[in-house]
Write a protein that binds this ligand. Structure first.
Ligand SMILES: NC(=O)c1ccc[n+]([C@@H]2O[C@H](COP(=O)([O-])OP(=O)(O)OC[C@H]3O[C@@H](n4cnc5c(N)ncnc54)[C@H](O)[C@@H]3O)[C@@H](O)[C@H]2O)c1
Length: 339
């Protein structure tokens, strides 16, 4: 039984508490929040869990093996560092940290201390994304040509991170999880409409070494909520609508056929269209955070890196930082640097 402490019980933290309590391999022994009223409210359903507003008291407790951190992004690094230095395994909310430098330091510290560092890239644990990965890995889509997602709603305007760090992080984690190829360049456009410099709408395009392209549209200022992704392949294509209760994923046997054997150039360049069946595979409806809790416990017991480890979270940070530079330079292509 992994004895976990949760730090931060605002919007997301209570979901971690509920799932770490529900998971058979984990329990929550302590919860910490600077705000005593939030702490009180979050622990009402779990009166046996100990609570504190002091990080020092939490980290001094004997009955903690691991810490899950759900606080604002700027606090991820100092809190995770303190926990790792005290010998605790760490699960960090997305994004891993506020910069590549901070994220790298956490990855190195965890390795040095032989502790597990995991990032809650929740979508990688959803039934939908796991099914999409299965379909892609089985080669059903053929060559993957593009990934195009829309993640918009009248969202909470964050005051510490822009919409890319808040929402596109999900899509960056998903493409990192689905495709072995890593992006080499990013171009992003975005604007701030709330009287500050924090962009609330952005269009992000990733370039890859192959013929694959990924594009994300994220927006906190949309009158409607849309969570839709298209994945184009040379054989089949996927439509994923995360907001519908059933048939979230549809696989279309649609595409084009080229005519390389034709004699004259004009005929060779003509495409013919293929329009076959559409099917909607069954997907597992287990709550993603329950699988996050299980993976965190399993990677510790089995002494192996978690599915969404520090390195994958660091790759996401590399794209986020490059995208931010691109926005500030009016959408210029910015190279994504890997060590
Ligand atoms: N995985 C997901 O799908 C998902 C969804 C929402 C939020 N998040 C992430 O969760 C994190 C928290 O987001 P939120 O929306 O819950 O924020 P929030 O502002 O609602 O809650 C943050 C809580 O942390 C507490 N806190 C801040 N600094 C602290 C400190 N030093 N010590 C102890 N407590 C502290 C605050 O008092 C507050 O209660 C962010 O990193 C966010 O990106 C992830």
């Amino acid at each position: 039984m992994l004895r976990t402490a949760v730090i931060g019980c605002g919007y997301w933290g209570p979901n971690l508490i509920r799932n770490f309590m529900a998971c058979r391999q984990t329990t929550v022994t302590w919860v910490c929040d600077q705000d005593a009223a939030r702490l009180e409210a979050a622990l009402r359903p779990f009166p046996s869990v100990r609570k504190t507003t002091s990080l020092d008291e939490l980290l001094a407790a004997e009955d903690i093996d691991a810490v899950a951190i759900a606080t604002p992004v700027a606090t991820h690094y100092p809190l995770a560092k303190a926990a790792l230095e005290k010998g605790k395994h760490v699960l960090l909310e997305k994004p891993l940290a506020a910069s590549i430098a901070q994220g790298s330091e956490l990855v190195e510290l965890a390795a040095k201390k032989d502790l597990r560092l995991m990032c809650d890239h929740t979508f990688c644990y959803t039934g939908a994304v796991r099914k999409i990965k299965q379909i892609i890995d089985a080669g059903e889509l053929g060559e993957i040509l593009y990934f195009d997602s829309i993640r918009i709603n009248l969202g909470l305007f964050q005051n510490d991170v822009n919409v890319i760090w808040d929402l596109a992080t999900h899509d960056l984690a998903i493409v990192d999880f689905l495709f072995p190829e890593k992006p080499i360049q990013v171009s992003a456009h975005g604007l701030a409409h709330a009287g500050n410099s924090i962009e609330n709408i952005a269009y992000v395009t990733l370039t890859y070494p192959s013929n694959f392209i990924a594009h994300f549209h994220v927006n906190w200022l949309s009158p409607v909520k849309i969570r839709k992704t298209l994945i184009g392949g040379s054989k089949k294509m996927i439509e994923w609508n995360d907001l519908v209760p059933a048939e979230k994923i549809k696989v279309y046997d649609k595409g084009i056929e080229l005519n390389p054997m034709e004699q004259d150039e004009k005929s060779r360049l003509m495409v013919s269209y293929r329009s076959g069946d559409i099917h909607s595979p069954q997907i597992d409806s287990t709550e993603a955070l329950l699988l996050v809790a299980k993976e965190f416990a399993d990677c510790i017991t089995e002494n192996r890196p978690p599915l969404t480890d520090g390195h994958s979270a660091l790759r996401v940070l590399r794209v986020l930082e490059a995208a931010e530079r691109s926005i500030k330079s009016g959408g210029a292509n910015v190279r994504i640097e890997y060590p």
